[in-house]
Design a protein around this ligand. Structure first.
Ligand code: ASP
Length: 329
């Protein structure tokens, strides 16, 4: 593990790097940007991982025609929820250890309105269900059978419970190899979290996942927990998380980042501080991954992860890019 001193030096260095916006193109993505604090234009949207590119494209269709950020973050991640090549979001996702896909999602606006669903089965678009919880109920979080019943009540048809071929194959292999133990490592997860700001300066975020692969039945991660996987305060900014949910919940990751920005940290500094806290609390830091994204109301953004390998998609009027995040290790 990097020493505290080298981490502080690194943080100081990155906050002092006020060179013009620069980037290097490496393969599919841009290598970590040396300067990502400079406010860029509104609107803009940022999403975790490379599946964020297609999600951002959809969000951008809305944002670039003066649409609102709430519609953009919902419609954007809906693309990922039905993408058959993504095994960490939506019903194509890797199942739990009973072979059942259970989904978690949350959505939040800058005014504090929020909604979430967790441990929900057979729902094609959990993010839409989360939005309905926010807009049509007095509650914030519906789980399990109650969430499924609410979907039906709202006219959202339930899908058949059939594992995708790839998920079934992976599950069968896991059953042989893993002896029914959930695998807690840097793989087996990749939530989409999206945060953005529209032309009017309104902010919102969304987060949706099938959660940790081969989790215990009933396990819920950080993604539907407001303040852990997602938090938005229009007065300050927004943050979202991906990675091992248990370790994000322990530090109230997204809330922590927004509060650090409220106290004056840049989005980049806030993400780095949150990773530092997660590292300090983790029992097995070498084998876990967490990645954070943050955006402030001025339009500056930041990203940081524990392990290398975390990337994010960024879309504004100047560019559409996949960027490698800086990391603790
Ligand atoms: N954060 C998610 C969870 O723990 C997993 C992920 O990011 O892929 O459920």
């Amino acid at each position: 593990m990097k020493s505290r001193r080298s981490f502080i030096q690194k943080s100081l260095l990155s906050s002092l790097m006020l060179a013009p916006f620069s980037r290097k193109v490496t393969g599919m993505g841009i290598s970590s940007e040396s300067f990502i604090e400079k406010p860029i234009s509104k609107p803009q949207v940022i999403s975790t991982w490379n599946h964020g590119i297609a999600a951002n494209d959809k969000a951008w269709e809305i944002l670039s025609t003066n649409g609102n950020i709430l519609d953009a973050v919902e419609e954007g991640v809906k693309v990922t929820e039905i993408d058959k090549s993504v095994f960490s979001v939506g019903l194509n996702g890797i199942p739990d250890r009973e072979g059942i896909v259970t989904l978690d999602a949350s959505i939040m606006k800058g005014d504090g309105s929020c909604g979430a669903v967790a441990f929900v089965r057979q729902v094609k678009h959990p993010i839409t269900l989360a939005r309905k919880v926010m807009e049509k109920t007095p509650h914030v979080l519906l789980v399990g059978e109650g969430a499924r019943q609410f979907a039906l009540q709202e006219g959202m048809p339930l899908e058949e419970e059939v594992l995708s071929l790839k998920a079934r194959k992976a599950y069968n292999e896991w059953k042989i190899k893993a002896k029914y133990q959930p695998i807690i490592n840097v793989e087996n997860h990749d939530t989409i979290g999206m945060i953005g700001i529209d032309a009017a300066g309104e902010m919102a975020g969304s987060c949706t996942t099938s959660g940790l692969g081969y989790k215990m039945h009933g396990r819920v991660g950080d993604s539907p927990i407001i303040g852990a996987g997602l938090f938005v305060d229009g007065e300050v900014g927004a943050a979202t998380a991906t990675g091992l949910g248990e370790d994000v919940i322990r530090i109230c990751g997204a809330f922590l980042i927004v509060e650090l920005m409220r106290q004056g940290r840049t989005p980049q500094e806030a993400c780095e501080e949150a990773v530092k806290r997660a590292v300090a609390k983790s029992k097995d830091v070498n084998n876990i991954q967490i990645g954070f994204l943050a955006l402030n109301k001025e339009g500056a953004f930041g990203a940081f992860s524990i392990q290398p390998g975390f990337n994010y998609a960024h879309h504004n009027s100047n560019r559409q890019a996949l960027v490698d995040s800086k990391s603790w290790f």
